[in-house]
Structure formats: structure tokens, C-alpha cells
Design a protein around this ligand. Structure first.
Ligand code: ADP
Length: 440
């Protein structure tokens, strides 16, 4: 700082001394004129450098930093160094950004960044393709304004991104996308879209194949079963070996019939064109009927109780609910040894209606619980077979629950018993028909 002032005041002080000399030799007026002339030239020189600086600042990207004498020269040199450093860093940042853009463009998935109001901040070319966007024109636009499929708009409105959304016919017919939203940073969302058209096609083929095979098997099986029953019931069939063989054949064909029926039920539930036919389901009445059926299935081997702690009805499909509830009751009976207790209950958790079946049966070890709803997953294969199980019951229950936006909850302790609950959303609860609780 001292150095600056020393150099800045060097010439003014010299000229001040010279002026004093002029004053001493020629008087005050020539000295004042001499010093004023110096100040004027000094000012003009400074203004000239300022003008050069102003000229450069007007277009600093294109023009060279000016050059100048003395202090101005030093200032310009430092400025030049700063500008070069800034340009170098800027180039590095641009290169890093380009590198990132190239990497995201090469991603096999569409990626877009949305703000808290779902406005597009950035997207890669694949996201442009998937949603029909233009990264230059549509930045700042709400994505729901450009991709207006009702399922997509509803998905965003629900703010629950735990499960990906499968969007059929997203932009062009036949295009199926799996869309995932990941919240990050300050209310930002990363949208990732994946083209699953091919996978969906394979999945549809698999579903159609299973449905067709099951359908084709049904008729021959019914015929064979009919003949086996007729032969078995023939009064003049004396050979006990033949009678026993026919009895076993009958059992196996019936098992195959149950399998085919369950496979067809699953195919129907999985069919995307099969939308849920909703009606008002009077659950109390439905459960009384299922309780009766359960009692005849148990044949007096268990204590089967029905608790109707809520009398609310449900908005859902009666046939599907009957199948799901019936499956859980029949499982409780099949996996509970003689003398055990089973409680079938209809109650509410807050404003969510809940159907549950609690048994004092064999229970399930914790490692099996997450896999129970997989097709053909059985903890004890032979017990399942002996009791007429197909291994598809819980898969059917899970599908029916998810078609009603309900959750299947399983708690169990090996050797003590299990509780299977279907927790429905509050939106499916229909007004109470009678307030009293009934315990049978
Ligand atoms: P399955 O026809 O074999 O009963 P499910 O899909 O209904 O097929 O059930 C899958 C498996 O879950 C069963 O094989 C059984 O091991 C187990 N499971 C289901 N319900 C119960 C229950 N209430 N208690 C004990 N285990 C059960």
C-alpha cells in the first residue's frame, strides 16, 4: 500500500517542488500555471487509461486487456492474469459439463431433473424421446403439461415414489415405460425413464401362454375326471387294486383341476385389460358365509370364531374379495393342527378397514415370510400337497389386494401361529351400516 502511494505521488511531488522553484525565481502566477498544466496533463493521461479500461470492459470476451504505463500497466497486467485464470477455469468447467452431458446422453435410460413444481430443468436425449420433449424449447415447462397421461399426472400428484410407475402407450402406441422418481437436494427430483416395451411383450407372451395352456387343459381334465369318477362308482368293480388306482387317479386329476383353476384366476387378475369392477361389498354378510364354509372345511377340528368389530362396507369386487378372504381362511384351517383356534376378524385401524385371519397353527419361520406370495413357494411342500394346496393361493391374495390398493401383512411365529391381514385404504371404506360390534 505504501509502495503504491509512493509511486502514485512521485511525479506530483516532483512537479510540486519544481513549481516551488518557479515560484521562487519567477513569482506565484507562473508557478501556479506550471503546476496547473502538470495536473491537467496528469488527469488527461489517467482519463485515457480509464477510457481504455472502459472500452475493454464493454466486450471483455472478445478484446485484449489494454496495456499502459506505470501503475496502470501493473493493474492491467494483474487484470490480464485474472482473466486468463478465469478463462482457463471456465473452459475446464465447460469441458467437465460436456463430459457429463456426453455420459448422460450415452445412458440407456431417459434422465430429467425436475424442480419442486415438476418444471423441467434439464433432460437427456432419451428423456426427450420418451416424453416428446425438446430440451431447448421445453426447459422451464411443467412436465405434466407436456406428458399428460392421467396415470402419470396422478402418480406425481400422489407424491409416493416408492414404487416405479409403468406407463403404457406413453408417447407412441406400443411404447411402455418404467418411470422412477428420486428426490434429492433442495426439493429436486431425478426422473428416470426406461423403455420396457420388450420386457412387457415377453411378460404378456408368458401370461398368454400360461392362460392358453391352462385353458386348453381344462376340458380334457374335466373329461378324464368325469370318467375316473364314473368308473370308480361302478358297482360291479370288484378288483380292489383297480378301485384304489381309480381313487388315486381321481385325487390327482382333481389336484390338476385346482391348479388349472388357480392359474386361470391368476392370469385373469394379471390381465391389464381386466379393470376392477367395483361395487359395494357388504363384508359382514360375506364373512358370515365364509365362516360357515370354513366350519364345514374344518369339520369340527378347530374352534373357528368370527369377529365383526366394524360393520363398514367396502368399495371393491365381491368375487375377488371372496376369493382372497376364502383363501386366507382355508390356509388357516389347513395349517392349524386339530384343536387349534382360528379368529376371522373385520375391524378398522384408524380409518383403514382391515380383514384378518389369526390362527394358532404351525407358524412360519421369518426367512420364508417375504417369499410366501411367490407362485409355487411352499414352506413344507408335502403338507401343502396333502391338504390340497396349489402353492398359488397367496399369490392370488396379493394380486387381489393390490388391485384394491390394499396391503397384505403377515406376522408369524414358528410353532405358535400366524396372522394374515389385508389392510385396505381409507378411500375404499363405505359408511357404516350399523354401529354395533357382533362377536360370534
Ligand atoms: P398352498 O396352496 O401351498 O397353501 P399358498 O400360496 O396359499 O399355497 O401358501 C404358500 C405357503 O405359505 C404354504 O405352502 C405354507 O407353507 C405357507 N402358509 C400359508 N398360510 C399359512 C398359515 N396360515 N400358516 C402356516 N403357513 C402358511
Amino acid at each position: 500500500m505504501f509502495d503504491f502511494w509512493r509511486r502514485a505521488l512521485f511525479f506530483p511531488l516532483i512537479f510540486l517542488l519544481l513549481s516551488l522553484l518557479v515560484w521562487a525565481t519567477a513569482g506565484a502566477l507562473p508557478a501556479t500555471l506550471f503546476f496547473s498544466m502538470f495536473l491537467l496533463i496528469h488527469l488527461v493521461l489517467h482519463l485515457h487509461q480509464l477510457e481504455a479500461l472502459d472500452y475493454w470492459l464493454a466486450d471483455s470476451d472478445e478484446r485484449m486487456v489494454p496495456d499502459g504505463p506505470g501503475l496502470w500497466g501493473e493493474v492491467f497486467t494483474r487484470l490480464n492474469r485474472m482473466v486468463r485464470q478465469y478463462r482457463k477455469e471456465h473452459e475446464q468447467r465447460v469441458a467437465a459439463l460436456q463430459h457429463m452431458e456426453q455420459a448422460t446422453s450415452a445412458l440407456p435410460e431417459g434422465v430429467a431433473i425436475l424442480d419442486e413444481a415438476y418444471r423441467i430443468e434439464w433432460c437427456n436425449p432419451l428423456a426427450e424421446q420418451h416424453f416428446g420433449l425438446d430440451s431447448k424449447r421445453d426447459i422451464g415447462q411443467q412436465i405434466t403439461y407436456l406428458a399428460r397421461q392421467p396415470e402419470f399426472v396422478q402418480y406425481l400428484a400422489m407424491h409416493d415414489f416408492s414404487e416405479p410407475l409403468v406407463l403404457c402407450g406413453a408417447r407412441q402406441d406400443g411404447l411402455t415405460l418404467s418411470i422412477k422418481l428420486i428426490p434429492y437436494g433442495d426439493n429436486k427430483l431425478l426422473l428416470i425413464s426406461r423403455d420396457i416395451t420388450h420386457l412387457e411383450r415377453i411378460e404378456t407372451m408368458r401370461r398368454d401362454f400360461v392362460a392358453n395352456v391352462s385353458h386348453e387343459l381344462r376340458t380334457p381334465l374335466t373329461v378324464v375326471n368325469g370318467f375316473v369318477e364314473t368308473l370308480h362308482d361302478m358297482p360291479n368293480l370288484e378288483n380292489s387294486m383297480a378301485r384304489r388306482a381309480l381313487h388315486l387317479m381321481g385325487e390327482q386329476t382333481q389336484r390338476m383341476e385346482r391348479l388349472v383353476d388357480d392359474l386361470l384366476t391368476l392370469s385373469k387378475l394379471e390381465d391389464t385389460l381386466n379393470v376392477l369392477q367395483e361395487e359395494t361389498v357388504e363384508v359382514s354378510g360375506l364373512l358370515r358365509a365364509l365362516h360357515q364354509e370354513g366350519q364345514s372345511l374344518s369339520a369340527g377340528k378347530h374352534t373357528l370364531r368370527l369377529e365383526l368389530a366394524s360393520s363398514c362396507a367396502l368399495l371393491g369386487n365381491a368375487d375377488e374379495l371372496r376369493s382372497a378372504f376364502g383363501n386366507l381362511i382355508s390356509n388357516a384351517i389347513r395349517y392349524t393342527p386339530q384343536g387349534g383356534e382360528i379368529l376371522v376378524s373385520w375391524h378398522e385401524q384408524g380409518d383403514r378397514p382391515v380383514f384378518s385371519v389369526q390362527d394358532s397353527g404351525i407358524g412360519i419361520a421369518p426367512q420364508h415370510i417375504p417369499r410366501l406370495t411367490e407362485r409355487f413357494y411352499r414352506v413344507d411342500r408335502s403338507r401343502s400337497r396333502e391338504t390340497g394346496g396349489t402353492g398359488l393361493g397367496l399369490a392370488i391374495v396379493k394380486h387381489i389386494a393390490s388391485r384394491h390398493q390394499a396391503r397384505l401383512e403377515i406376522t408369524s411365529e414358528e410353532g405358535k401361529g400366524s396372522t394374515f391381514s389385508i389392510v385396505f385404504p381409507a378411500s375404499r371404506r363405505l359408511p357404516l351400516q350399523a354401529e354395533e360390534a357382533i362377536i360370534t
